[in-house]
Design a protein around this ligand. Structure first.
Ligand code: ADP
Length: 654
């Protein structure tokens, strides 16, 4: 129930134009098949021949001697033709009704389905016994081959197999993105091409990445006027690797380079090379470079290159697709070696795991330049806010500096998201301008999810939540090294029932005390529940998860524990699968578990002590929360006075 200001980053997915249709419309084919299947039913509806039984035939037709002839077709059906002279007879008028252009209906007028030819003949002989010899009915036999159904019987299975095959191919081709819609362009590159006229992103749209911008400006200069460099014999880097967490503007920077240099831009994601068919990846790489060379000077941007560029040979037994990925990577390396330094194609690649990449990819001549993008600091965030606020209609009350201070740990994409979200919130409230409140709501929404006022919470539960949050607030208020509190709320949001917001200071280093005190503040909720109600609830799940993670980090990574000593089992290469192989012995493993438990227990006891000593303040805060639901730092100051500077000595880890 304790939300720290850390957001889920939402990396922007580049917009891709819709795939162009493949020309032939398959929908018509399906309509055709349905029509074919319905054909017999429809033709029987249209038929004028009336189906009757033998009894009806004998009683109504034969007895009146109205039969002209009988034609037995395929030994299955006896078609009966009525004498034209009966056209005035009321019983036959209807069936002999003149047909357009033919006078009287030529027939057959009736048909009987017969069981076997012998029994039919026997019955007919029997019935005709009384007839004079010259009036016996002529019976003809006909064999009709139904070509239509014969041919159709052959065609339909083939057709169905072909349709199924085509459907499967289109499905699997479509998985790689656009372009793979038919077997013939399966190995073609699926990159999206943005022509130079279409790229209108420039360095003005990129904020707060000064150093990175400086580095890539050189590439722009080269693409614009390569002679300046080549006449001095300089070689221009062929590949530049942009490394940074998602949403920090890697794609944006690459697009800005293309926009500034006014060159075409090919954008593809590393995962698009990986298909279920062997060899497709390599073929796509070849095709991409072929297309790029035709458009040179241009930029190829490969997002998430780690999908193909991961170290070869490592973890091979875990991933079956390793061979395919290796051949794709080999092809990429060959292509990068293949084109001359000055051919005008520059490859920019983005990843957030540079440490996982194959060293061959990073050696000189390939991606030898690395540009690191970090999450923006306060000033950079302010600059990013300014860029995204350009198009917004805002109130004068908006303090960009304040907004930047409220969003530590946010990426550029998060900030873009907040700006958009605030506009949506203001529009929903039918305001003419976006106000400060809308921005704060947007930040809360991005951090903790949507408010769920409709969630049904009983008064008892509400009380527990209020004490839980008051516990967090009070402990963090009284401990020196915990980040300052901004607000506390007991309105359910997203999955949490209540939340406390802190304003983290931007520090690169955190002391051991800061870690322990943070653990205490996180345990404050559960401790408050225990002190007030005598038992704990399940509401502390999120807190306990954080506490456990942090405690293990202290012991296993940062070397804060005396017994474990100054060792760290952190794996910066990311190549060790911690789930399978632990880098320490069983003995050390159990010592770690023991020390972590001790650390958390000590912190919990300390927290309970703090809360017991300040029980009155805890009750006051909880009451305030129950009446106001959301309280700010100022409200807490009104109840507890200013945050004490050194009221409690910094905690020492056990
Ligand atoms: P990445 O490729 O690093 O995951 P993107 O470049 O796709 O991130 O960023 C997504 C969006 O976030 C961009 O379209 C842009 O609107 C916004 N953004 C990210 N970084 C910045 C920045 N430095 N300046 C301005 N906008 C940014």
């Amino acid at each position: 129930m304790n939300a720290v200001q850390k957001s889920n980053t939402t990396p922007g997915t580049p917009q891709k134009p819709a795939p162009v249709g493949s020309g032939f419309n398959w929908r018509w084919m399906y309509v055709f098949i349905v029509a074919l299947l319905l054909f017999p039913y429809l033709s029987s509806l249209l038929s004028t021949v009336k189906e009757i039984t033998w009894q009806e035939f004998e009683k109504n037709i034969l007895s009146r001697n109205a039969v002209e002839k009988i034609v037995v077709v395929n030994n299955e059906k006896a078609n009966i033709y009525i004498k034209a002279s009966f056209s005035n007879d009321s019983a036959f008028r209807e069936v002999l009704k003149p047909v357009v252009g033919k006078g009287v209906n030529p027939g057959p007028q009736y048909s009987i389905t017969i069981g076997s030819i012998e029994s039919f003949e026997r019955k007919l002989d029997e019935a005709e016994k009384a007839f004079p010899a010259n009036e016996k009915i002529n019976v003809f036999y006909e064999k009709k081959t139904d070509w239509f159904w014969g041919i159709l019987g052959w065609i339909i299975p083939f057709f169905l197999i072909f349709a199924l095959w085509n459907y499967l191919l289109r499905r699997s081709g479509g998985m790689g993105g656009m372009g793979g819609s038919s077997i013939f362009n399966f190995g073609k590159s699926t990159a999206t091409l943005i022509e130079k006229q279409q790229s209108n992103i420039t360095f003005d749209d990129v904020a707060g990445l000064e150093e990175a911008e400086m580095e890539v400006r050189e590439i722009v200069d080269f693409l614009k006027s390569p002679e300046t460099f080549t006449k001095l014999g300089a070689k221009i880097p062929r590949g530049v690797m942009l490394v940074g967490p998602p949403g920090t503007g890697k794609t944006l920077l690459a697009k800005a380079v293309a926009g500034e240099a006014q060159v075409p831009f090919f954008s593809i994601s590393g995962s698009e090379f990986v298909e279920m068919f062997v060899g497709v990846g390599a073929s796509r790489v070849r095709d991409l470079f072929k297309q790029a060379k035709e458009k040179a000077p241009c930029i190829i941007f490969i997002d998430e290159i780690d999908a193909i560029g991961r170290s070869r040979g490592k973890g091979a037994f875990l991933s079956g697709a390793n061979d395919e990925r290796e051949s794709t990577l080999n092809q990429l390396l060959t292509e990068m070696d293949g084109f001359g330094t000055n051919s005008g194609v520059i490859v920019l690649a983005a990843t957030n795991r540079a440490d996982m990449l194959d060293p061959a990819l990073l050696r000189p001549g390939r991606f030898d330049r690395h540009i690191y993008l970090e999450l923006p600091n306060m000033n950079e965030r302010e600059a990013i806010f300014k860029v995204h606020m350009r198009s917004l209609v805002m109130d004068d009350s908006i303090d960009i500096h304040f907004l930047a201070s409220q969003t530590p740990g946010f990426s550029g994409a998060d900030i873009a998201n907040i700006c958009n979200e605030s506009a949506l919130i203001a529009a929903r409230k039918k305001k003419s301008k976006i106000t400060r409140e809308d921005f704060l709501d947007a930040i809360d929404r991005v951090v903790a999810g949507l408010e769920k006022k409709s969630k049904i919470i009983s008064p008892e539960e509400k009380k527990i939540i209020a004490y839980h949050e008051a516990g967090h607030a009070l402990v963090s208020w009284l401990l020196k090294r915990v980040d300052p509190l901004v607000k506390v709320s007991i309105i359910p949001r997203g999955k949490s029932l209540g939340a406390a917001w802190y304003l983290p200071e931007e520090k690169q280093l955190r002391s051991e005390t800061a870690f322990t005190e943070h653990i205490c503040a996180t345990l404050g909720g559960r401790a408050a529940e225990e002190i007030i109600f005598g038992e704990v609830s399940s509401g502390a799940l999120d807190d306990l998860e954080k506490v456990t993670r942090e405690a293990y980090m202290m012991v296993v990574y940062f070397g804060f524990n005396k017994k474990i000593g100054n060792v760290s089992f952190y794996d910066s290469t990311g190549q060790r699968d911690n789930g399978l192989q632990k880098p320490y012995s069983e003995e050390t493993g159990s010592l770690i578990d023991e020390e972590v438990r001790k650390l958390v227990t000590d912190a919990y006891n300390r927290t309970k002590e703090i809360l017991t000593q300040n029980k009155v303040s805890l009750q006051k805060l909880a009451d305030l929360l129950l009446t106001k639901e959301v309280i700010y730092k100022e409200d807490i100051e009104a109840v507890l006075g200013k945050r004490p500077e050194f009221s409690i000595e910094p905690l020492k880890a056990g």
